[in-house]
Write a protein that binds this ligand. Structure first.
Ligand code: XMP
Length: 519
């Protein structure tokens, strides 16, 4: 059962690439919002009882017979509605206006001229002014439905912003949710505050209270177990659940010998020492590294690690007498259902389980208290819960750990070598004050030996590659442009201090065409 914040906005998703940004902007305005695919929008509407609706963009066309439609319940609700791009066209199409295939379309930056006053422009835009927005449309509205008036126009969209004040329905052809519409966040804020009348008092503190209540309702007197990975998501999920149900929660931390330097110690001291949360710490390094012996294929490594993690986790869960619930740090981008904009019944569900396979195998219900949050919101919640900064701001770390940063065979010795080099690299990054400017930085140990000379002697040792990227979501990435002097200082330290490495190289590959990890 879900406990809803009393003041919320429902975002109906028609399949735009940027729908998630609408949710972020609304939350930044202090109002809770959720996204529902158009085909499930009526159910979400009934469950949430929102105070306003936002209709997203879409790659589809309203002129297509199969183009997605706004549910009638929403049109009849009398609630404030804001249509964005396709959302505007769908409103006009369904309310009696006209939409035609544009002969050229507008894509990218455009300028609109403000023609009239509008509540969306309060404190922001005035008649006669010109403002930058971001457009991405082929079709356009050519006649307004009755009751609407134009309040802004662009050269390619005569009805760039339209208003029906009596019905409290507003719409725009451009995308206010993207950063290329510099005032877009304020337009959305005006909609949720001034049109929907919401006060904007949704905060992480309120989310924390709501979630704690929800966890208590879901779990009752049951037992919950939570796998900690050392990362921020599982840590925040565990803290929140512990606050809700105390020692009904047990955390399990499986150390397969493929973690970074100091990671296991930090998790144990934080959870057991600082928070006093029941924690089972399993040293399964022999099992993991034994099974990885001789394995060089990246996919085989991943499969073995995933399966072994489940085996160990299940065995430990059984030792403590099992549990009815499994907690996971699943985030919102993992659960948002991707929309089939053809209008057919097939809605592809993108559902990612951090511990894939476990819930089915162990027949447990999932507790996923972060499933409505974005990564940066999880960090805010972590700080709210007092999680130390070293956890909160941590770079992402993949489940298969160092094993996919050691191309070729993974051995205990090679893990030790990599751990040392990686720790030096990260220490230098932190000392230079660069850690937070980088999405992810790590060392990779290559299965290549090269000749070097140290002192008077010849060396024949491994090559270490350094990787650092900037990214917003891990889907695309750019290399981080370190100064040459920084890289040379790190290289010198690694070669001097880590036995087994005699050469350091820097990876200059963006994603695409590379991936962030090497395997
Ligand atoms: P790639 O290498 O695909 O990585 O560009 C994108 C992001 O995902 C992380 N990653 C993983 N995380 N299990 C995880 O939990 C995995 O198997 C895995 N593979 C990659 C990677 O660290 C980066 O942040």
């Amino acid at each position: 059962m879900s406990v809803q914040p009393s003041d919320s906005i429902l975002i109906v998703d028609f399949g735009s690439q940027v729908t998630q940004l609408i949710a972020r902007r609304v939350r930044e305005a202090g109002v809770y919002s959720e996204i529902a695919p158009f085909s499930l929008a009526e159910a979400a509407f009934a469950r949430m009882q929102p105070k306003g609706i936002i209709l997203s963009g879409s790659p589809a066309s309203v002129l297509d017979d199969n183009g997605p439609r706004i549910p009638q319940t929403i049109l009849d609700s009398g609630l404030p509605i804001l249509g964005i791009c396709y959302g505007q066209q769908a409103l006009m199409h369904q309310l009696g206006g006209e939409v035609l295939l544009g002969d050229s379309g507008e894509f990218g930056r455009a300028f609109i001229e403000i023609a009239d006053g509008c509540v969306l422009f309060d404190g922001l835009w005035k008649e006669g002014e010109t403002h930058q927005v971001w457009m991405s449309h082929g079709d356009k509205v050519t006649r307004l439905a009755s009751g609407f008036r134009p309040v802004a126009a662009s050269p390619g969209a005569p009805f760039a912003v339209i208003a029906n004040d009596d019905k409290r329905i507003y719409a725009m052809q451009f995308h206010p949710e993207v950063v290329h519409t510099p005032d877009g966040g304020k337009l959305l804020k005006n909609f949720v505050r001034h049109v929907c009348g919401l006060t904007g008092d949704w905060t992480m503190a309120e989310f924390r209270k709501t979630k704690i209540e929800e966890i208590r309702q879901q779990v009752g007197k049951g037992k919950v177990i939570c796998g900690l990975s050392g990362g921020v998501d599982s840590a925040v999920a565990a803290l929140l659940i512990h606050e809700a149900i105390g020692d009904q929660l047990t955390c399990v931390f499986v150390d397969g010998g493929i973690l970074r330097a100091g990671e296991a110690e930090q998790v144990v001291s934080l959870f057991r020492g600082h928070y006093n949360i029941p924690l089972v710490h399993v040293d399964a390094s022999t099992l993991f590294l034994g099974g990885l012996a001789g394995v060089t294929d990246p996919e085989q490594k991943r499969k073995f690690i995933g399966k072994t993690f489940i085996d160990v986790f299940e065995a430990e869960a059984n030792k403590i007498g099992g549990a009815e619930f499994l907690a996971q740090g699943t985030l919102y981008p993992d659960v948002i259902e991707s929309v089939s904009f053809t209008g057919g019944p097939s809605v592809t569900i993108k559902s990612h389980h951090n511990v894939g396979g476990l819930p089915e195998r162990m027949n447990m219900q999932l507790v996923e208290p972060l499933r409505e949050l974005f990564k940066d919101e999880v960090r805010v919640l972590g700080r709210e819960l007092g999680l130390p900064e070293i956890f909160v701001g941590r770079h992402p770390f993949p489940g298969p750990g160092l094993a996919i940063r050691i191309p070729g065979e993974v051995t205990r010795e090679r893990c030790d070598i990599l751990r040392k080099a990686d720790a030096i690299y990260l220490e230098e990054i932190r000392n230079a004050g660069l850690y937070d400017a980088i999405w992810q930085a790590f060392a990779v140990l290559l299965p290549v030996k090269t000749v070097g000379v140290m002192g008077d002697g010849r060396t024949y040792d491994s090559v270490c590659a350094l990787r650092a990227v900037t990214s917003t979501d891990g889907m695309t990435a750019d290399i981080y442009p370190f100064d040459a002097s920084f890289l040379s200082a790190v290289s010198t330290r690694i070669i001097n201090e880590v036995r087994g490495i005699n050469r350091v190289v820097y990876d200059y590959t963006s994603k695409p065409p590379g991936t962030i990890e090497w395997e």
